[in-house]
Write a protein that binds this ligand. Structure first.
Ligand SMILES: *[C@@H]1O[C@H](CO)[C@@H](O)[C@H](O)[C@H]1NC(C)=O
Ligand SMILES: *[C@@H]1O[C@H](CO)[C@@H](O)[C@H](O)[C@H]1NC(C)=O
Ligand SMILES: *[C@@H]1O[C@H](CO)[C@@H](O)[C@H](O)[C@H]1NC(C)=O
Ligand SMILES: *[C@@H]1O[C@H](CO)[C@@H](O)[C@H](O)[C@H]1NC(C)=O
Ligand SMILES: *[C@@H]1O[C@H](CO)[C@@H](O)[C@H](O)[C@H]1NC(C)=O
Ligand SMILES: *[C@@H]1O[C@H](CO)[C@@H](O)[C@H](O)[C@H]1NC(C)=O
Ligand SMILES: *[C@@H]1O[C@H](CO)[C@@H](O)[C@H](O)[C@H]1NC(C)=O
Ligand SMILES: *[C@@H]1O[C@H](CO)[C@@H](O)[C@H](O)[C@H]1NC(C)=O
Ligand SMILES: *[C@@H]1O[C@H](CO)[C@@H](O)[C@H](O)[C@H]1NC(C)=O
Ligand SMILES: *[C@@H]1O[C@H](CO)[C@@H](O)[C@H](O)[C@H]1NC(C)=O
Ligand SMILES: *[C@@H]1O[C@H](CO)[C@@H](O)[C@H](O)[C@H]1NC(C)=O
Ligand SMILES: CC(=O)N[C@H]1CO[C@H](CO)[C@@H](O)[C@@H]1O
Length: 785
């Protein structure tokens, strides 16, 4: 998609800048109106529980410098109300603190209450206790559900009002969301769907927040609720507001796409995001664009939904750790700055458009006093037009190796047997209904009598997600589903002893499902078990089963300070067994670079630092390229002390903890590229003939390469510099046939020892034209140290 681009041009700037707090918020067919003024707003999603409170200020600052006007967040019901009527707003659940931090930095807030949020968040944000409310049918015209939805929505709105956080009260919240992409499931609820939409809208509006509500992906959102678009290409796909006096709002312009275990990250280019954003403004009269995500962060603990990676939207403009990701962040920043300069003309002017070429169009906005703004759009997706770009390379350095056996201790999880379990049933129980989601794990145990030793085949079907089968204490097989299909079967040879055999099947969930209709009816766990012995199949599905919810290590809270200092631990035994807890200690790496736990040598499990879960890990689930989806797991700095940090792991497979290291992450290289025809020549025209281009092209800015190392780092080395016709791009380059021999010397002089430097694309600077008649580019990569 390199070929598509937009460019802008703005005359007689009528910039109106204002503070972000307070004021009446209304809207018309063009935009939100704040304090009587139309607004063209860029927003970005940052979810408070996917980072830590000490990270919030810098994430918000980087969003603001990147040109955002607003931060959008969901509200996470299952974090806030883990039990009915018991609320938790501590630590990274402190939504009021998060919103006040945004306010302090002068940005607006879009509060997406839901309270169904999907969001790749376990159970779509619903607390699991809803499952046991008698007669409940989620997200439909159902009294028990509506009661609890209203109860929680009211709780949040009341809290916000008490803290005076709505714009109508002088606060930063300018927009709220009720429900989430309901139209996707509405049909499944038949006649219970439409009245629910009407009810949800009226309930929300009745809470009198003084600011507008939106429903995303709900084309028939009832007045005065605004229908909004979600997706990657709202500039092409949005059907438009359902009333001429509602503005076009894009609540989720996906900056990337979420990742599941086994998936290869699909990168969405900066140019593609910016192109579709510009298109939405131009073609759909868009006036509010939210990037989903601007910062993704981390699914700590058990908060990821089924099969979703612990790392969330690492490819967003701010990466998982909050580091700026180039070129995405910088390219969007330029778009924002460009649009901002002309936003009043765009919002209040009259648009005309005309053709410049087969696939090039110009869109011109003219204001009342003659000011105008133009966008040039190239829809040609095939012809390569390289946009000037800045790249950064992130790398990890090993800080602490945990490779010596004497720093580790272990605890072998006990495999339960039938007669030691307290919960019994004559059938295979549904997993979530049995665990109530207090643990990922449920043991199904049985005994099996056998006349003589034999080789049999165990056959288990599961609705999800992972199974490890043990017979007489030995692992005989494992199997798992995937993000597309949670179901799977396990078929495994099993040696049976004469007499009583102990069958212990560990069924393991990797987060609850976050989407779809009738979530309350979803099922997981085992659905059939049989043993085939001597061609005779014995069906054990309706059989005497004993259950254990969770692990012994969980009951002992081995991951807490207290549990990890208990007497259960033994010295490390290098012959690793499945289902083993490991613990060790390490000192925090010096400095302030983000810290990760590199679990490259492990299989699957969960990790805790000083009692805080840093999430599930799954190294052994390989992508089609044969690599793990994620090996580095974020340890927020605030989880660490200077010395003696307690690391506890529960490993389900036979991982080797001696291969683990604690690493730091930093931007070590930055690269810039610019070519002569770049930026594309801006056009000017006479106001009387707007469809005529003046063939005298104007360069708005002199092309240059700008290099910027992260804070506290300086340019220590020029890795590559070529003024001429370098081949490739920042990710893969080489010198071309034309190359100024002065390239490296010129860049070294301009850049070495500096944090920031600029190298103009100019013959003079390089001591002359190295190859007249050939179009020149400049590509520079430097090391930051
Ligand atoms: C919400 O429910 C709780 C108990 O579950 C109750 O104490 C509270 O009054 C309810 N709030 C509203 C606004 O209905
Ligand atoms: C994972 O990859 C598969 C195969 O390419 C694709 O069908 C699926 O949509 C991907 N899932 C996610 C969550 O990216
Ligand atoms: C955008 O707004 C203009 C002026 O109000 C209107 O003529 C045009 O139809 C709108 N375009 C879309 C796609 O709604
Ligand atoms: C002007 O814009 C409209 C709406 O996007 C489009 O249908 C039309 O083809 C455009 N005209 C030109 C000349 O680009
Ligand atoms: C379980 O069965 C074994 C023998 O199969 C027996 O030794 C043990 O006492 C039983 N445990 C319980 C709790 O019944
Ligand atoms: C959950 O368990 C209860 C009884 O324990 C049963 O009545 C109900 O049908 C079960 N629900 C599901 C979805 O299995
Ligand atoms: C395993 O069990 C399933 C479900 O009962 C059955 O469909 C399948 O044929 C069985 N496979 C074997 C090899 O017995
Ligand atoms: C089954 O478990 C019981 C209780 O732990 C144990 O006494 C017995 O030896 C086990 N049987 C086999 C064949 O391992
Ligand atoms: C999911 O996997 C199960 C077991 O492998 C298989 O029977 C089923 O057909 C699959 N479902 C889909 C939708 O692919
Ligand atoms: C725009 O161009 C067309 C043909 O190229 C011409 O007929 C028309 O007069 C022009 N419009 C203006 C306002 O100059
Ligand atoms: C390098 O710069 C010097 C002047 O500073 C100039 O004479 C020379 O031609 C330049 N070399 C190239 C290859 O451009
Ligand atoms: C990756 C992905 O699912 N992209 C989707 C984004 O949304 C557009 C429509 O808005 C779809 O066409 C894409 O497939």
């Amino acid at each position: 998609m390199v070929g598509r681009w937009w460019w802008w041009f703005c005359l007689l700037v009528a910039a109106a800048l204002g503070g972000a707090s307070g004021g009446d918020v209304t809207y018309d067919g063009r935009s939100l109106i704040i304090n009587g003024q139309r607004k063209l707003l860029f927003s970005g999603s940052i979810h408070y529980p996917r980072s830590t409170p000490d990270m919030w200020p810098s994430l918000i600052t980087k969003a603001k410098i990147g040109g955002l006007d607003a931060i959008s967040t969901y509200v996470f019901w299952n974090l806030h109300e883990p039990q009915p009527g018991q609320y938790d707003f501590s630590g990274n659940r402190d939504i009021v603190r998060f919103i006040k931090e945004i306010q302090a930095q002068g940005l607006y807030v879009c509060l997406r209450i839901g309270p169904f949020i999907e969001g790749e968040w376990t159970y779509g944000g619903f607390p699991f206790w809803l499952h046991d409310v008698p007669g409940i049918v989620y997200r439909s015209d159902n009294e028990p559900f509506k009661y609890h939805m209203q109860n929680f929505t009211t709780k949040i709105v009341t809290m916000m009002k008490e803290e005076k956080l709505f714009a109508s009260q002088g606060g930063p919240i300018i927009l709220s969301q009720i429900e989430n992409e309901y139209q996707n499931v509405e049909k499944a609820f038949h006649e219970k769907g439409p009245p629910y939409v009407t009810w949800a809208a009226a309930m929300a509006v009745g809470l009198n927040t003084g600011v507008p509500w939106v429903m995303c992906k709900q084309d028939d959102a009832p007045d005065p609720v605004i229908n909004a678009c979600n997706g990657m290409k709202c500039g092409e796909t949005f059907v438009g507001p359902n009333s001429p006096n509602k503005p076009a709002i894009w609540t989720e312009n996906w900056t990337h796409f979420y990742d599941a275990y086994g998936n290869i990250t699909k990168i969405r280019s900066a140019q593609d995001i910016a192109y579709h954003t510009a298109l939405f403004i131009i073609k759909k009269n868009g006036s509010y664009i939210n990037y989903y995500m601007f910062h993704g962060g981390t699914n700590f603990g058990r908060t990821a939904s089924s099969f979703i990676l612990t790392s969330y939207y690492d490819q967003a403009p701010l990466d998982e750790y909050g580091l700026i990701r180039q070129p995405k962040w910088g390219h969007l920043k330029e778009l924002h700055a460009a649009v901002k300069l002309c936003s009043q003309t765009i919002l209040n002017g009259v648009q005309t458009n005309f053709t410049l070429g087969a696939q090039q169009e110009a869109y011109v906005y003219r204001g009342e006093s003659g000011e105008c703004a133009a966008f040039l759009v190239n829809t040609d997706g095939t012809n390569d037009v390289e946009v000037s770009s800045q790249f950064s390379t992130r790398s990890t350095q090993i800080a602490v190796k945990l490779g010596s056996a004497d720093i580790w201790q272990e605890f072998n999880e006990v495999i339960p047997v039938f007669n030691e379990t307290s919960l019994k049933s004559d059938s295979l129980l549904e997993q979530m209904n049995t665990t109530k989601d207090v643990s990922d794990y449920l043991w199904y145990t049985a005994t099996y009598e056998q006349a003589e030793d034999s080789q049999a085949v165990l056959n288990v079907s599961s609705l999800g997600h992972v199974l490890r089968a043990f017979v007489n204490g030995k692992l005989i097989g494992s199997a798992h589903g995937n993000h597309k299909n949670y179901s799977f079967t396990l078929e495994s040879n099993v040696p049976l002893n004469s007499g009583t055999n102990n069958i212990s099947l560990l069924s393991n969930m990797v987060g609850l499902q976050d989407s779809g209709a009738y979530l309350e009816k979803k099922a997981a766990g085992l659905t059939s078990v049989s043993i085939k012995d001597n061609q005779v199949v014995k069906d054990l599905t309706n059989y005497s089963w004993g259950y254990q919810v969770g692990l012994l290590g969980e009951r002992l809270e081995l991951y807490t300070e207290k549990g990890s200092s208990g007497p259960q631990w033994f010295i490390f035994n290098s012959s690793s067994k499945p289902l083993t807890w490991y613990k060790s200690k390490f000192d925090a790496p010096e400095g302030s670079d983000p810290v990760v736990l590199n679990l490259r040598s492990m299989g699957k499990g969960q990790a805790w630092i000083n009692g805080n879960s840093i999430g599930r890990y799954w190294i052994s689930f390989l992508t089609s390229a044969g690599t793990p989806s994620q090996t580095e797991y974020h340890i927020p700095r605030s989880f660490l002390k200077d010395r003696d940090n307690q690391l506890v792991l529960f490993e389900e497979e036979t991982g080797d903890p001696l291969g683990i290291s604690v690493d730091t992450v930093s931007i070590t290289k930055v690269c810039g590229y610019v070519s002569a025809s770049n930026p594309p020549p801006l056009i000017s025209w006479k106001q009387s003939t707007p469809n005529q281009t003046n063939n005298k092209s104007l360069h708005g800015r002199r092309p240059k390469v700008q290099l910027r190392c992260p804070p506290k780092r300086r340019i220590s080395k020029v890795l590559f510099a070529s003024f001429g016709s370098p081949l490739g791009n920042c990710q893969n380059y080489a010198s071309g046939s034309c190359h100024s021999s002065n390239s490296t010397a010129v860049v070294e002089k301009a850049c070495l020892g500096k944090r920031l430097c600029t190298v103009p694309h100019s013959y003079k600077k390089f001591g002359g034209d190295p190859c007249p008649g050939i179009q020149k580019s400049l590509l520079v990569e430097v090391q930051c140290q």
